[in-house]
Design a protein around this ligand. Structure first.
Ligand SMILES: Cc1ncc(C[n+]2csc(CCOP(=O)(O)OP(=O)(O)O)c2C)c(N)n1
Ligand code: SF4
Length: 278
């Protein structure tokens, strides 16, 4: 029997930046004509994480800060699925920061969209590690990703710039679907209730996609531009870095398919356990 799931209505405050992110994901899915049953949206915990209820793809709500290891498992286990992980900056860069570093390094084939509002929206507005993005004391997640060996796609969008945001979402999904690895898209997505930064952030952004002299395949130039902009209290937007030559990591089939029947391994297990006997 086929069961049809009806997507939920968003429960965000009017004006929340996350609406723009959902619009871009829906637009990108339509533009790439990917059947929704070939997509899973994996979500962290937070206002942003409720996005997976709204789109009509497969969905999964992970533990807070654990969306990346969970998504890595999904992407390894079913390489045919287009996996899009979403969540907030608290989920990504506070409780989940360790996973972020290792996921960029591992370069698995999935998209990660972080809705950065610099606060914990769901728990009523505490500062996150990206508070004061663009200033020297707020973590710049795109530069953090640039500094990790293995990074293959790093971009920043702004939820109010909907056309570019859809282009960036399409580019991230194409990167993943071509098997090039992890695509990290940070979206500046203001929280109008606890930290309304629409005007400030729009004034700080320099759109690299409009600069014909900018080469997003040049890692050193990407880093230098970010540092130079930060010194002026500004931030880059657009495709910041892209490595087209590499391949994303897949789990070796032998590991995914190995026989874990306990009867086959019981002697070895007993040997190991008896080695601890006192
Ligand atoms: C293990 C654990 N610790 C803490 C929490 C409480 N908690 C729920 S959401 C959240 C932070 C949400 O902020 P963010 O990830 O930036 O998402 P936003 O709500 O801003 O979209 C916290 C700390 C939790 N649910 N689980
Ligand atoms: S509290 Fe902030 S992040 Fe949460 S839905 Fe409202 S505007 Fe969006």
């Amino acid at each position: 029997m086929t069961k049809t799931y009806t997507p939920a209505e968003p429960i965000w405050c009017a004006g929340c930046g996350d609406f723009g992110v959902q619009g871009a994901i829906e637009g990108a899915i339509a533009q790439l004509a990917i059947p929704k049953h070939d997509i899973i949206i994996m979500a962290g915990i937070g206002c942003s994480g409720t996005l997976q209820n709204n789109v009509g793809t497969y969905g999964y709500h992970a533990l807070h800060g654990r969306v990346l290891p969970t998504s890595t498992g999904v992407a390894y286990a079913n390489p045919e699925l287009t996996v899009i992980a979403v969540g907030g900056d608290g989920d990504a860069f506070a409780i989940g920061a360790g996973h972020f570093i290792h996921t960029v390094k591992r370069n698995p084939n999935f998209v990660y969209i972080v809705m950065n509002n610099s606060v914990y929206g769901l728990t009523k507005g505490q500062d996150s590690p990206t508070m004061d993005a663009g200033a020297a004391h707020g973590i710049d997640a795109t530069r953090l990703a640039l500094s990790i060996p293995g990074a293959s796609f790093i971009a920043r969008g702004f939820s109010r710039w909907s056309r570019q945001l859809q282009e960036l979402t399409v580019a991230a999904m194409e990167h993943v679907r071509a098997g090039r690895g992890f695509a990290f898209l940070e979206v500046l997505s203001p929280c109008v209730t606890y930290h309304d930064t629409y005007v400030t952030w729009e004034g700080m952004l320099e759109n690299l996609d409009d600069d014909p002299t900018y080469d997003p395949t040049d890692l050193a130039a990407a880093f230098a531009r970010g540092v130079a902009l930060e010194a002026q209290g500004r931030m880059p937007a657009g495709v910041i870095f892209r490595s087209d030559g590499g391949a994303g990591r897949k789990i070796p089939p032998a590991m995914a398919l190995q026989d874990i029947d306990p009867a086959r391994h019981i002697d070895r297990y007993n040997d190991i356990m008896s080695s601890y006997a006192v």
